[in-house]
Write a protein that binds this ligand. Structure first.
Ligand SMILES: [Zn+2]
Length: 61
């Protein structure tokens, strides 16, 4: 089992629990935040911007 902490692409803190979205690691807390954020929330745009840093241009098309 892999227990090395990874840097979350959203909060930029080292976490051991989370998911990988392509090349980006998102910790469980941020994952929950994103799920609970409404698309009209200012934070949603912030998350989207972060997620768009993933080298995967077709993701949001
Ligand atoms: Zn995070």
């Amino acid at each position: 089992m892999k227990t090395n902490p990874e840097t979350c692409g959203i909060c930029e803190q080292e976490k051991t629990k989370g998911i990988h979205l392509y090349t980006l690691f998102v910790c469980s807390e941020c994952e929950q935040e994103i799920i609970q954020t409404e698309p009209n929330d200012e934070k949603y745009n912030y998350y989207l911007k972060k997620l768009k840093n993933i080298n995967r241009p077709t993701l949001f098309s």
